[in-house]
Design a protein around this ligand. Structure first.
Ligand code: PEP
Length: 250
């Protein structure tokens, strides 16, 4: 029997974590050293911890990423962090277009696309998020919304580059709610078709992660679905004891 495809399991710490929590990342890496996983594993801490986490995890199987970057390499953008800065700090990944950035910072698809370009220029692997709100789902607009976000947020320069897409229904993030397995599969199939049409071979192979209330108890069922190539995990990625069972479920 062929080995199951490797999954990409990424933790998004959001605005959580002080120096002391680096120990959780170290505990995760230690466990994976004793129990090597076929899956790619990443952690995206707040920008203040990227450098220290990257140093701590150097030489381990756990990759480190940022949660956002600016579209420019440098300039008068108070409070922002560029892709080059994340790269220099030791990141290899960056989450872009997360629904919390789209909602609280009014990020548009065009801005997300510019950030993706910036990430690629700096040599970071972008994880681009899309997903519908509850009102959009109730109105039957899920597939159209996701298709529109893909068309607007994924520049053609992604062709031939390593990247991942994360489908994160906004109403499932941090709520304990998840779509049914059939609903997840339906959206992932649509995303695959849209990415293939837009980006060719890269769109056909880039992993599509599911995100939104992934927990140890539902991870195995979600990760077994067609076209689910991994998970983007918020709350359950903060503690190694919660995140490890999700990595194992892959
Ligand atoms: C997220 O913020 O990307 C996320 C999926 O959060 P949670 O797992 O907490 O729903």
């Amino acid at each position: 029997m062929p080995a199951p495809a490797a999954r990409f399991i990424v933790g998004n710490w959001k605005m959580n974590g002080l120096s002391a929590e680096i120990s959780e990342a170290a505990a995760l890496a230690d466990s994976l050293k004793d129990e090597p996983s076929p899956h790619r594993v990443g952690l995206c801490p707040p920008a203040t911890l990227v450098e220290r986490m990257a140093r701590k995890l150097a030489g381990t199987a756990v990759e480190v990423g940022g949660q956002d970057c600016h579209g420019s390499a440098s300039g008068a953008f108070t409070g922002d962090v560029s892709a080059e800065m994340l790269k220099e700090a030791g990141a290899s990944l960056v989450i872009l277009g997360h629904s919390e950035r789209r909602a609280y910072h009014n990020e548009t698809d065009a801005e997300v696309a510019a950030k993706v370009e910036a990430a690629l220029r700096a040599g970071l692997e972008p994880i681009i998020c899309v997903g519908e709100t509850l009102d959009e789902r109730k109105a039957g607009k899920t597939l159209a919304i996701v298709r529109g976000q893909i068309a607007g947020s994924l520049p053609t320069s992604l062709s031939g580059k390593a990247f991942a897409l994360a489908y994160e229904p906004v109403w499932a993030i941090g709520t304990g709610l998840t779509p049914t397995l059939e609903e997840i599969e339906e959206v992932h199939r649509e995303i695959r078709a849209a990415m293939k049409a837009q980006l060719g071979a890269s769109g056909a192979t880039a992993p599509i992660l599911y995100g939104g209330s992934v927990k140890p108890s539902n991870a195995a069922d979600i990760l077994a679905l067609a076209e689910v190539g991994g998970a983007l995990v918020g709350g359950a990625s903060l503690k190694a004891d919660d995140f490890l069972p999700i990595v194992r479920a892959g």
